[in-house]
Design a protein around this ligand. Structure first.
Ligand SMILES: Nc1ncnc2c1ncn2[C@@H]1O[C@H](COP(=O)(O)OP(=O)(O)OP(=O)(O)O)[C@@H](O)[C@H]1O
Length: 558
């Protein structure tokens, strides 16, 4: 058993009894099928000798009962198996989602890939349980019972049956997975890459078209799709050959059993029963070939799932639960060997404190917010308040707007918000008038990722949602991006007025910061200047230069 499979089984433990129940029902189904074949064969052969009907009654009733039992058992097995597995994968999905949403976004994580993990890799967990473990265990049990049963009819004939079952249930599955392992390992990453292509081609369609890159991107995706098809054809071919070998094996085992039984002097009727029973038993053991094939195909997806499931949760940050929120001597490095994105940053955020974080592009502003919110773990230093959206939360870069009415988008932040709460937050974000102008009001649909809104409206909606959260520390990454300068100043002033807690504002615009308690100027992850607006414009440095540049633009613009 691989490490990834152990991880899945550990998660499945609370539902193990349900899974075992499903396995026993599956074994019962197979056994009922096997017994049905054997009894029906006995019935046919015996009936040919035209005995009194009374001699056949038991067998006739048995055939009917077994036929009905097989159907009933199959149905309950499917029901029990799916019930257990759906519960397990709900848990797996929840854990993967929790891991993906809390750990630092790494440079290698592409949204399409993460999505494909959630969807297709979790299906792999389902397949492992439903198509590998449950039928595999059932087939093993049936094989043992079939050999015992055959042994009762003809002890010697049980030997070739055991050999045939061993070949069908152990050697052939091993061969099938050995032949497909390499190809199967290439398939899963290729599917992941294709999922990323699909996301790029749809979400990035407008940009690809604007740069004339649609053809090339389509060709790349088509190339990958063709490669995937080639690999899957190869897997299908191997599967076909192995299936053929299985059929031959069933026939050969049956012949060997018949010859041995005849040689041992077993009665003709029982030899017939053994012949048909052997074919049924080998066929049921051949289910292990399918299970093994599935298992190799699942390997890569399962190890990706288990990598996510065993990803250690962000280390509990010292004092995260209590104390004034803030950072103490925090440093962050995203990749080994890269320059730190934050170096030794300290920031206290008692209620009511207004802090702005400014600096050139790439200085580490968004990283500072991400550390505060607990989305990125610092290498050094302590963070207080991280990881609890009600302590530190707000508007982050690229906030997602959901394909839902305005009201649902807002209630995400505060499910019990009243209409007055909604109105207050949207009003501060400068979005209330727009909502009131819509015929559907709060029920107005905003389209996929807010596609039916203008950039500014989308931003105001995301901002209103952040305000509704009312965390201890409201973080705002470029809240007025996309608004014209006049509107930006008005919205910022309204937001500050409407927020009783602390505010950490990341912004490129330096206007409207006069009343802020502290402004941090970051450069290459370091705090190079800090103070109030009036102090900073009086001192030479990035802030004063930037301030005069922006004032100059304003002078030209007005
Ligand atoms: N997920 C990430 N993985 C690796 N490096 C990252 C990641 N996010 C940011 N960085 C790097 O960290 C540094 C700081 O980035 P950050 O986004 O915090 O800057 P910023 O000041 O917010 O920039 P901007 O004003 O352009 O938004 C940059 O050099 C950036 O390349």
């Amino acid at each position: 058993m691989t490490a990834a499979e152990r991880v899945v089984l550990r998660i499945a433990r609370p539902w193990l009894s349900r899974l075992v129940g499903a396995g026993l029902l599956a074994a019962g189904t197979e056994l009922a099928g096997l017994a049905l074949m054997a009894t029906a064969t006995w019935l046919l052969i015996t009936a040919a000798g035209q005995p009194p009907v009374a001699a056949l009654t038991v067998a006739i009733v048995a055939v009917r009962t077994l036929a009905i039992a097989r159907g009933a058992l199959r149905y309950t097995e499917r029901l029990a198996g799916h019930d257990a597995v759906l519960r397990i994968i709900t848990e797996v999905r929840a854990r993967i989602f929790a891991t993906l949403s809390t750990r630092p976004a790494r440079a290698t994580d592409r949204s399409g890939d993460a999505l494909s993990r959630l969807v297709s890799d979790v299906d792999a967990v389902q397949d492992l349980l439903l198509r590998v473990l449950v039928p595999g265990a059932a087939a093993g049990l049936v094989a043992v019972l079939a050999v015992l049963g055959a042994g009762l009819l003809s002890p010697l004939a049980a030997l070739p049956l055991a050999a045939g079952l061993l070949l069908a249930g152990v050697v052939l599955p091993w061969l099938a997975s050995a032949l497909t392992r390499r190809t199967a390992a290439e398939v899963a990453p290729l599917r992941g890459a294709l999922a990323v292509d699909a996301v790029d081609l749809t979400a990035g369609a407008a940009d690809l078209a604007a740069f004339g890159a649609t053809e090339a991107a389509l060709a790349r995706a088509a190339g990958r799709a063709a490669e995937l098809a080639r690999l899957e054809r190869r897997l299908a071919l191997i599967g076909w050959a192995v299936d053929g070998a299985g059929v031959l094996l069933a026939g050969a085992t049956s012949a060997a059993v018949v010859l041995t039984a005849l040689h041992a002097g077993t009665s003709g009727t029982l030899v017939g029963v053994l012949a048909v029973g052997t074919i049924a038993a080998v066929e049921s053991a051949l289910a292990l070939v399918g299970a093994a094939r599935q298992r190799t195909q699942l390997g890569t997806a399962l190890s990706r799932v288990s990598a996510l499931l065993t990803d250690p949760p962000p280390a509990p940050v010292a004092g995260a639960a209590a104390g004034t929120p803030g950072l103490d001597a925090v440093s962050v490095t995203y990749r080994a060997g890269a320059e730190p994105a934050l170096r030794d940053v300290t920031l206290r955020l008692p209620a009511g404190r207004r802090v702005a974080v400014v600096g050139p592009s790439g200085a580490g502003k968004s990283t500072l917010l991400a550390v505060l919110a607990g989305a990125v773990r610092p290498d050094r230093g302590t963070v207080v308040g991280a990881g609890d959206p009600h302590r530190v939360g707000g508007l982050f870069a690229d906030a997602h707007v959901f394909h839902a009415p305005v009201r649902d988008n807002l209630l995400l932040a505060r499910p019990d918000a009243t209409d007055e709460d909604l109105a207050a937050a949207t009003s501060a974000a400068g979005f209330l008038d727009w909502v009131r102008d819509q015929p559907a009001g709060w029920e107005t649909e905003v389209g996929e990722d807010g596609g039916q809104l203008s950039g500014g409206q989308r931003q105001r909606l995301a901002l209103a949602r952040a305000l509704l959260l009312r965390p201890e520390v409201l973080v705002l990454d470029e809240p007025t991006e996309g608004l014209d300068p006049g509107a930006a100043d008005a919205v910022l002033a309204a937001v500050v007025a409407a927020t009783p807690g602390a505010i950490v504002l990341v912004t490129h615009r330096l206007s409207g910061l006069d009343d802020f308690d502290e402004i941090l100027v970051l450069d290459a992850g370091r705090v190079v200047q800090r103070g109030r607006h009036a102090d900073l414009v009086a001192r030479p440095g990035w802030y004063r230069d930037q301030w005069s540049t922006q004032q100059g633009y304003l002078a030209v613009a007005t």
